[in-house]
Design a binder for this molecule. Structure first.
Ligand SMILES: NC(=O)c1ccc[n+]([C@@H]2O[C@H](COP(=O)([O-])OP(=O)(O)OC[C@H]3O[C@@H](n4cnc5c(N)ncnc54)[C@H](OP(=O)(O)O)[C@@H]3O)[C@@H](O)[C@H]2O)c1
Length: 259
């Protein structure tokens, strides 16, 4: 029988949310949207002045500087969260880097940097937060992946592969944490106009604003989804294409991605 995969969240008033990667783009827009709906939101990233710029508009925003690559920085951030929040209702992990390049332009230091941030830091977030959420017996963790993790795509040899790994690890998180009362979400955006996609020199199908992305994420939480994917049309088509046999899938992808 079909059932909701997570407890639906429609009322954000008073909920304690921690958004990691909140200084710009989707994380910043999601923080504002949740603050507007009455949540208490801790906003984290390295660029503290950007976080302060967001926080100055809201009474219930809490600036928590964090470099997710640095263990000591996690210690300090978690101390602050414990002090201010106690229990956490939701953590959103969205820190990532995007390094589009062809296989013939690979730079292994850049590969390492993307895996460290996009994948290893997601494990670090899970390792730091899962025991707390299990002890609470409620609350949730959301990982921001990408629809580019669904299938191999030209120029996504680094980014797409890190997001495929993130998708897989989030599926495992769901299977292990949901039975313990913890919600787990995989957020899969398509193209969103943010600093990350600013340098893209191709037409981005279904391009959304960060504000529209934030609304799509809130809708997904309200529906109790596991995977919150958007924009619906483009994301569903790519999902479907990724399930086709390789012969058909590669023929289609070759056709639409050829320059
Ligand atoms: N834009 C899109 O089209 C798109 C599509 C699919 C998925 N996504 C995903 O959506 C998420 C948000 O991306 P975005 O598009 O909103 O890009 P963005 O504006 O560049 O946001 C990236 C965020 O990650 C933070 N970050 C980077 N390194 C960090 C570190 N070491 N420690 C802490 N925070 C760090 C950045 O803050 P600081 O630099 O201040 O630390 C920033 O807040 C990412 O996971 C991205 O992969 C985006």
């Amino acid at each position: 029988m079909w059932r909701k995969l997570n407890a639906p969240v429609t009322d954000w008033s008073g909920r304690k949310v921690w958004i990691i990667g909140a200084s710009s783009g989707i994380g910043a827009a999601l923080a504002s949207a949740m603050l507007e709906q009455g949540a208490r939101v801790a906003i984290s990233a390295r660029r503290v002045s950007m976080l302060e710029g967001i926080a100055q508009d809201y009474e219930h925003a809490l600036v928590v500087p964090l470099d997710v690559l640095d263990e000591r920085s996690w210690d300090q951030a978690l101390e602050r969260i414990d002090r201010e929040f106690g229990e956490i209702d939701l953590v959103v992990f969205g820190a990532a880097r995007y390094d589009p390049r062809h296989v013939w332009d690979l730079d292994l230091q850049k590969v390492q940097a993307s895996y460290d941030l996009n994948v290893v830091c997601a494990y670090r977030a899970a390792a730091r937060l899962a025991p707390r959420l299990i002890a609470q017996g409620h609350g949730g963790i959301a990982m921001i992946g990408s629809i580019s993790g669904y299938t191999g795509l030209p120029r996504a040899i680094i980014y797409g592969a890190t997001k495929a790994a993130l998708q897989n690890l989030t599926e495992t998180l769901y299977l292990e944490l949901a039975p313990k009362g913890v919600s787990v979400y995989l957020i899969s955006p398509g193209f969103v106009r943010t600093p990350m996609t600013q340098a893209n020199d191709f037409e981005m199908p279904g391009l959304m604003t960060p504000q529209a992305a934030a609304q799509a994420i809130l809708k997904g939480f309200a529906r109790g989804l596991f995977e919150i994917r958007f924009p619906t049309g483009f994301a569903n088509v790519l999902r479907l294409v990724s399930r086709l046999p390789y012969r058909i899938r590669f023929a289609l992808l070759n056709r639409v991605t050829r320059a």
